[in-house]
Design a protein around this ligand. Sequence first.
Ligand SMILES: [Zn+2]
Length: 113
Amino acid sequence: MHETGIAQSILDIAIKTALENGAKKINNVAVKVGKMNAIDEASLRFAFDALKEETMAANATFEYIDVPLTGKCEECGYESELEGYFVLCPKCSSGRVTILTGNELEIAYIDIE
Ligand SMILES: [Zn+2]
């Protein structure tokens, strides 16, 4: 379950950021997760909730921002949401599709005090 490792790094970054800003606690952590990461939201949330105990983020809520997989066709310029990893343009069937969004795995913002 790679969600545990990911939850740990999210928590580490959030705490580091909070400390750097002189905060005493973390109220909310919002994370952008692109579809390409194949992360299970429930597992990530569960791991985060387990790991945050005994830290300054113990009462923090976890906000999961789902980023869809989208791409742009290099042949006809058509942009669309994609279904899978190996994709063809839905309009002209070209295989030259560039991924625009969906690789994200980062903290969008945190709420500290
Ligand atoms: Zn196309």
